[in-house]
Design a protein around this ligand. Structure first.
Ligand SMILES: [Zn+2]
Length: 279
């Protein structure tokens, strides 16, 4: 087995790694095909981090075409055991306006076409056939990672929203007003397009996964204007990417050492015979 090259994974945009001085680009292949891009290895506060641009470095892969299985498998194969997943979302309540940072504690899956398990009975080319496994997903995010992310935001004077439900839609289109009003009426907080199956697949690989949702717009039903525009999303994202990066890096520094993980994420497959060897 190769020596671990990273402990912490960050799945996000190119803005998160491009300013590091020493970045090593590593191309990783997986039994599920290629991840969205190379992985970029660097160090933050002595912690070894692997960055992966979720949509590829040219941002050319739409949410429903991302190879989520390859992304998570590739991270784990480099040694990663804890993952931070920043993402852009729409706010479903007027008080969750652009610039809000929300660390969700729940997720609702409204995607349609995505492979959301490693345990699909399909043999892998390099041996092993996954068995039927039903992993607990009652609490989809790592409680330790959530606390670290919240503390990191507060440390940068950016009061985060602690908890809330992220509904993940198929995309790539935005919601209709009726869909958006429905999502809000359920009590859900924000809407995104990439949070699922990313969190689910992380759990199946016994990775700690923490979502950090930056609100870039109010969703169609939560405002009276024209609805969401891509330009608006990009403007808000670029206005906040600097401080989001600071918070992320602080969070990386404060995540517990891998060996000290005491959350249940690490035991997701206990009691199951997966049939495949995790990388
Ligand atoms: Zn965990």
């Amino acid at each position: 087995m190769n020596q671990p090259q990273a402990d912490i994974g960050v799945i996000g945009g190119s803005g998160f790694y491009s300013f590091l001085d020493d970045v090593t680009e590593v191309a990783v292949d997986t039994p599920y095909g290629a991840p969205s891009d190379s992985l970029f290895l660097g160090e933050i506060a002595g912690r070894r981090v692997a960055f992966l641009p979720r949509h590829g470095r040219e941002h050319a892969i739409p949410p429903h075409r991302i190879n989520y299985r390859a992304n998570l498998w590739a991270l784990r194969s480099l040694g990663v055991r804890q993952v931070l997943g920043p993402c852009a979302v729409g706010g479903l309540r007027p008080e969750f306006g652009p610039g809000t940072l929300l660390v969700p504690d729940q997720l609702v899956d409204r995607t349609k076409s995505r492979t959301q398990t490693f345990f699909d009975g399909e043999p892998l080319a390099d041996g092993g056939t996954p068995n039927v496994v039903h992993v607990s997903f009652a609490d989809p995010y790592c409680p330790t990672g959530r606390e670290v992310a919240l503390a990191a935001a507060r440390g940068r004077a950016w009061e985060p929203v602690d908890g809330g439900t992220m509904v993940v839609i198929e995309g790539p289109r935005f919601s209709t007003r009726a869909e958006s009003r429905w999502h809000a009426a359920q009590g859900w907080s924000v809407v995104g397009m990439t949070g699922h199956p990313e969190a689910m697949l992380a759990r199946e690989l016994e990775l700690c996964y923490t979502s950090m949702a930056l609100v870039t717009d109010l969703d169609a039903g939560a405002e009276t204007g024209e609805g969401v525009s891509h330009k608006e999303v990009l403007e808000v994202f670029s206005a906040n990417v600097g401080r989001l990066r600071e918070v992320l890096f602080d969070a990386v520094a404060k995540l517990p050492e891998t060996v000290g993980r005491d959350c249940l994420c690490v035991a997701a497959l206990d009691g199951w015979e997966p049939g495949i060897a995790l990388p």
